[in-house]
Design a protein around this ligand. Structure first.
Ligand code: SF4
Length: 79
């Protein structure tokens, strides 16, 4: 698996705590702002979905949002 995209992440060098907030609501906006400027947002999101990352903000999506995306994809695939 090619993980070289990680080197181009806008979060590189930032405090990881920004992306691992204690709750879904606290601090999410700040992390999402960074992700929304990131050149590898889609790769990051797909990595998190493929690996069922259960914590943190990945690709601009919270855990809850990633679960929703996976549910939606399963529904679409089954249709
Ligand atoms: S999308 Fe967000 S978490 Fe993923 S590499 Fe970019 S800045 Fe980091």
């Amino acid at each position: 698996m090619d993980l070289s995209w990680r080197l181009r992440g806008a979060c590189r060098g930032l405090d990881p705590e920004i992306f691992y907030t204690a709750s879904e609501d606290e601090g999410v906006d700040r992390a999402k702002q960074v992700c929304n400027t990131c050149a590898v947002q889609q790769q990051c999101l797909e990595f998190a979905l493929a690996n069922r990352e259960s914590e943190g903000i990945w690709g601009g999506a919270t855990e809850k949002e990633r679960r929703r995306i996976l549910r939606q994809r399963r529904k679409t695939a089954a249709a």
